[in-house]
Design a protein around this ligand. Structure first.
Ligand SMILES: C[S@@+](CC[C@H](N)C(=O)[O-])C[C@H]1O[C@@H](n2cnc3c(N)ncnc32)[C@H](O)[C@@H]1O
Ligand code: SF4
Length: 416
């Protein structure tokens, strides 16, 4: 019953909070403070498009992607001119490694402009080549995150990944030979895929434990309305009723060797960047369709990639939508993200909000206390195991709301 209530309220509230304002052109303010933010860069190209994926991506074409990377570098320069400082970089996609030299040139430019301490890059198993690994290491990438999803060949086939990325056995071999090349090698998995059984997930966990992966991120299946339709045609029904059972299985199998970096990220040791939304209060989103959170506002770049390139070729920023959060929503955002990292420092948030944090969020804090989602050891709130699952629900609903927003923008840009 609690699961149902949390799902319903989270769905309603995130849909409301993520209603972006249209019409007015959002502005990027100049920045005069020394706050260390994260620089998120989005690379919207993939060689194949997987049917379950709601990210902003199109089929890769080298000449187009080359122009895209040039524009991305212009965008980095604009942020520097506006006074922004960044400490960390996260490159996500799509598949950021489609043009490895372009990616390296972009990371080099960012490192020249900012005092970067940590870099995380996403990739797919096909791109784990010696050449790519060498280039990424030279670009000082600390964390490489590889999309695996499952090692089960039947599921990989249904997901359209078996032919492209090879069997589970081949992928495991590639991961094994990449182990040790970066401070953190992260493996992205998905659980609660349509038709996935407990036994299939258990077999995935056997392989992960055997690999001794530095870090495993186990995303619950999260689909937008459009992706859900597509996925149900190819893989079967999307059903959340097994999610808790499968999540408990993951916890049981991993908790001996891993600690929780977030409700769904398991690390063997400290990693430079786990979940940037947890580690950084603010992040800038660069690249087509990137979403940033700066100065209490969420904003998005245009999803029209041609338009994105064109605007930057004229040295114009490609911002297309903004959602300014009321103070209470900024507090809720911090409450959500900090606890997603499994612990929240009440003192820090009281300081940030002039002593008004718990007074304003008394209903939210009270509700989750009554349902035993966390324990309080002053000044920290710590999620309980049950609370970690409630936060899986909350974050799943948050990302579904983001995915629905992406669907809408992609439609406007004529992509879907
Ligand atoms: C944007 S992808 C980039 C990785 C790379 N393109 C690949 O697929 O190997 C990052 C990760 O998001 C996760 N992801 C994609 N679609 C998802 C969905 N519908 N639900 C949950 N996780 C998803 C997958 O684990 C994926 O590896
Ligand atoms: S899962 Fe990765 S490869 Fe597949 S479409 Fe999404 S971003 Fe591209």
């Amino acid at each position: 019953m609690i699961k149902g209530i949390v799902t319903k309220i989270a769905r309603r509230e995130f849909a409301r909070a993520l209603k972006f304002e249209e019409g007015a052109t959002p502005q990027l303010h100049t920045c005069a403070d020394e706050k260390q933010r994260l620089l998120y860069m989005h690379i919207p190209f993939c060689e194949e498009l997987c049917p379950y994926c709601s990210f902003h991506r199109i089929i890769f074409s080298a000449p187009f992607a080359r122009r895209y990377f040039q524009s991305l570098r212009r965008e980095i320069s604009i942020y520097r001119e506006k006074g922004y400082k960044f400490r960390g970089i996260y490159v996500g996609g799509g598949t950021p490694t489609v043009l490895i030299e372009e990616l390296a040139a972009t990371l080099d430019l960012a490192r020249k402009n900012f005092d970067i301490k940590e870099i995380s890059v996403e990739t797919n198993p096909d791109h784990l080549t010696e050449k790519n690994i060498e280039i990424l290491r030279r670009s000082r990438v600390n964390r490489l995150s590889v999309g695996v999803q499952t090692f089960n060949n039947q599921l990989l086939k249904k997901m359209g990944r078996l032919e492209k990325y090879g069997s589970g056995e081949i992928i495991a071999e590639k991961l094994k030979s990449t182990q040790g090349a970066f401070d953190t090698l992260n493996v992205d998995m998905i659980f609660n895929l349509p038709s996935q059984t407990q036994q299939e997930l258990d077999a995935d966990l056997d392989i992960l434990l055997d690999l001794e992966a530095d870090q495993v991120t186990f995303y619950p299946l999260m689909v937008s309305r459009i992706t859900r339709e597509l996925l149900e045609k190819t893989m079967g029904e999307v059903d959340f009723s097994n999610e808790y059972k499968l999540y408990r299985l993951i916890n049981r199998r991993l908790e001996k060797d891993y600690k929780f970096s977030s409700s769904w990220c398991f690390s063997r040791r400290e990693s430079p960047i786990d979940e940037y939304v947890v580690d950084y209060d603010e992040y800038a989103g660069l690249g087509s369709g990137a979403i940033g959170y700066l100065n209490g506002a969420c904003y998005a770049n245009t999803f029209d990639i041609e338009k994105y390139i064109g605007l930057l070729e004229q040295d114009n920023l490609p911002l297309m939508a903004e959602r300014r959060f009321a103070l209470v929503d900024q507090m809720r955002y911090d409450f959500l993200m900090k606890l997603f990292g499994t612990k929240l420092d009440m003192m820090q948030l009281e300081d940030k909000y002039d002593g008004k944090f718990s007074k304003t969020l008394w209903k939210e804090i009270g509700f989750f206390q009554i349902v035993r989602a966390f324990r309080y050891f002053s000044p920290f709130l710590y999620l309980t195991p049950w609370g970690r699952y409630l936060w899986v629900i909350m974050m799943r609903e948050f990302f579904i709301a983001v995915n629905n927003f992406r669907d809408y923008c992609r439609k406007q840009a004529g992509i879907v």
